[in-house]
Design a protein around this ligand. Structure first.
Ligand code: ADP
Ligand code: MG
Length: 709
């Protein structure tokens, strides 16, 4: 019988004394004491994340400040904090806490804080010497997340070359970098040849098999989901006991796979005989980033006797979280990754083949406690032709705008010669500078403006922050705060699988769009937020309208937090104030234009639009938009983000008038990236800037006279 979402008995067979790391406790603590930097490596599951912070804590480091442990992933920070608080027998948020964007579960008493790398980066802004911490542990460094890479560079500068003056610290900060792979020589060399501590551990052989169901041309998610389900069911019926871990790409694919597995496993278990009679059922559990934490905890519990656990997960299960008892891996060969798309000039979340090293990491999860098997659903040809050797670090493939602003606010003016573990391409740094300049966050000399200093306070993408600050200066932040919050949470619309329900959901959603008044996706978000908040029973309201209550609940909390940040900033004497006397709808859209003017598109042939940022990409309005099917009535639009499938789609769209962006658009083409590069190096003098400005003015005048003629 297939089981799903039923609580398992709370058996905890785990024993921290048997973990490989436990034999090295003394030497580890000693090494942390003796070195400003330490690299720790060991197989995943050896106990680095959960144990080392506890060892350091018990060795008394907490007396000099907190022990901060960063994770690239939000779920990992939360889950591990839960686990460690249990192990230490305290309630979460007391001695052991966590902090992720928009969710702080720590207190005065917190001695070990698990946090996302992004949160620590924000803390450095407020407190560059990290005076609250005695030890900072950068975990999962092999993941090479953008924020961890930046933290590595910052901490290297601070710890290895402290520049005079008092840092406000009584004892020097200790930095431990933990990595699952053996690529540690590079890390050690980067950190001034610091020692590397390797936790020895054995792994068991894993038999790897190519099932050949996915070839070089299969990139459609429906294909790999279906094939992964098929392979899982085959192995469930043919292989002896042992749990299964299926790697897929994201929430919707995982939910789809779980639904299919649930239906089919039920039929298999009853109708056919599973060969191994000790296995009579399949317990199907999804695991992805935005899942509720109660549900996540089930993943770690052993299944009831005679039941095989099958976890369907994103890449989070590759190294961040270790699930005991896994003997079989089903690898889809794909991952959802944020990449800078030079065709569109924007960062796009796309499904791409994983690298060979990633595939090996995934396979290794089957051999932790006994010999295992890995079923790769793709072909050998796919492996050879489509999968790169290594994953490109995030810093070399995504937009650096927010990070460069943070660096500038930290006084790192020369962002090109900053110590990067792997240098991003110069054109990416220049693109970020250009975008910051366009948003008025930096001036022509690359110095952070007042606006830039306000912008860096918000944990939001720069365009959205700019729009929000524009609204605040016009006194209409109530329009933008809910929108910013709604864009910061997961998708709010429920799209049920069953056809009848789907029709009802579509009808309700259309009704919500109609009730929003103006046809504009941002207004729809605002209207849903306000309606739900005004309702007496918001959760019931959501259920009735096929809206995710959990997402709305987070949006309410995010809105409050953003409002608090804004209130604090508004108390500053020089907070900008502007006036406007147009309609509310125009005011709203003008604020959006201030933030999103780089995302402007003009209607081109048929239903297509053409972007105005110099790329001139052809884009389509996404079917989920309130403006879909109304392209004929539109002329100029702005959009929040882009989705690339067979076409380039823009999502969350708003119609605008050309006059509103007319004066802003020249800014998109005004800066010369080569000149900005000299700005980046701070070698320009006032004189040079004046010369440059004169040149620009002359250029504009020349262009003007051409147009006049
Ligand atoms: P590493 O960081 O070296 O990969 P971890 O410290 O994450 O290792 O995990 C060590 C062990 O702790 C795992 O093998 C697992 O048995 C156990 N463990 C970790 N997190 C949890 C959890 N949330 N629930 C139950 N057991 C856990
Ligand atoms: Mg770990």
């Amino acid at each position: 019988m297939a089981k799903r979402d039923k609580p398992c008995p709370t058996v905890d067979s785990w024993d921290s004394k048997t973990l490989p790391i436990s034999h090295h406790r003394k030497e580890l603590v000693q090494a942390v004491k003796a070195n400003p930097f330490l690299v720790v490596t060991g197989e995943t599951g050896s106990g680095k994340t959960t144990q080392l912070p506890q060892y350091i804590h018990k060795a008394g480091f907490w007396k000099d400040g907190m022990i901060g442990v960063t994770q690239p992933r939000r779920v990992a920070a939360i889950t591990v904090a839960h686990r460690v608080s249990q192990e230490m027998g305290c309630s979460l948020g007391r001695e052991v806490g966590y902090q992720v964007r928009f969710d702080d579960c720590s207190s005065q008493d917190t001695a070990i804080k698990y946090m996302t790398d992004g949160c620590l980066l924000r803390e450095i802004l407020a407190d560059p010497s990290l005076t609250k911490y005695s030890v900072v542990i950068l975990d999962e460094a092999h993941e090479r997340s953008l924020n961890t890479d930046i933290l590595l560079g910052l901490l290297k500068r601070r710890v290895l070359q402290p520049r005079g003056g008092s840092s406000g610290r009584s004892t020097p900060l200790k930095v431990v970098v933990m990595s699952a792979t053996l690529e540690t020589d590079k890390l050690s060399a980067f950190l001034g040849d610091c020692p590397v501590f390797t936790i020895p551990g054995r792994t068991f052989p894993v038999v790897e098999r190519f099932c050949g169901l996915i070839g070089p041309k299969d990139t459609d998610s429906t294909v790999y989901v279906k094939e992964a389900v098929k392979v899982t069911l085959d192995l469930h019926t043919s292989e002896p006991a042992g749990d299964i871990l299926v790697f897929l790409t994201g929430q919707s694919e995982i939910e789809k796979a779980c639904d299919m597995l649930y239906e089919k496993a039920e039929a298999i278990d009853y109708r056919y005989d599973v060969q191994d009679h000790s296995v009579d059922g399949l317990l199907i559990l999804p695991l992805y980033g935005s899942m509720p934490t109660e549900q996540q905890r089930q993943i770690f519990q052993p299944p009831p006797k005679g039941v095989r656990k099958c976890v369907v997960a994103t890449n989070i299960a590759a190294t961040s979280l270790t699930i005991d008892g896994i003997r079989y891996i089903v690898d889809s060969g794909f991952v959802k990754q944020l990449n800078h798309n030079s065709r569109v000039g924007l960062d796009i979340l796309e499904v791409v083949p994983i690298s060979k090293s990633e595939a090996q990491q995934r396979a290794g999860r089957a051999g932790r406690t006994s010999a295992g098997k890995c079923f790769r659903i793709y072909s050998k040809e796919f492996w050879e032709k489509c999968m790169p050797e290594y994953t490109v670090p995030e810093i070399q493939r995504t937009s650096l705008t927010a990070v460069i602003l943070t660096l500038k606010c930290l006084g790192v003016h020369d962002v090109i010669r900053f110590p990067y573990l792997d240098r991003p391409e110069e054109r990416f740094i220049l693109a970020a500078l250009k975008q910051l300049y366009q948003c008025d966050a930096i001036d022509r000399r690359g110095h952070v403006t007042k606006l830039g200093q306000l912008m860096v306070e918000f944990p939001l993408p720069p365009g959205l922050t700019r729009a929000l600050l524009k609204a605040a200066s016009l006194g209409c932040e109530d329009l933008l705060l809910p929108v910013a919050a709604m864009l910061s949470v997961e998708n709010i619309f429920i799209r049920p699988g069953q056809q009848e329900k789907q029709q009802d959901a579509e009808r309700k959603h259309r009704q919500l769009i109609a009730e929003a008044g103006s046809c504009n996706d941002f207004t729809v978000l605002l209207s849903i937020f306000e309606k739900c908040r005004a309702s007496d029973t918001p959760s019931a309201w959501c259920r009735d309208h096929w809206i995710h209550w959990r997402a709305l609940k987070s949006a309410f909390s995010v809105e409050t937090q953003l409002r608090e940040i804004l209130l604090r900033l508004k108390q500053q004497r020089d907070f900008p104030v502007e006036k406007f006397d147009g309609s509310r709808s125009e005011l709203f859209r003008r604020c959006l234009c201030a933030g999103y003017f780089a995302n402007v598109a003009r209607r081109s042939v048929g239903r297509t639009f053409c972007t105005m940022d110099g790329h001139g990409s052809v884009v389509h309005i996404h079917p989920s938009s309130a403006l879909f099917d109304q392209e004929a009535q539109l002329d100029w639009i702005i959009f929040h983000d882009v989705l690339v499938t067979s076409r380039v789609y823009v999502r969350t769209v708003c119609p605008i008038r050309y006059e509103w962006v007319k004066d802003l658009l020249p800014k998109l083409h005004e800066v010369d990236v080569y000149e900005l590069s000299s700005v980046a190096r701070e070698e320009v003098t006032d004189e040079e800037v004046a010369k440059w400005e004169a040149k620009e003015a002359a250029k504009r005048q020349a262009e003007g006279s051409v147009e006049d003629a």
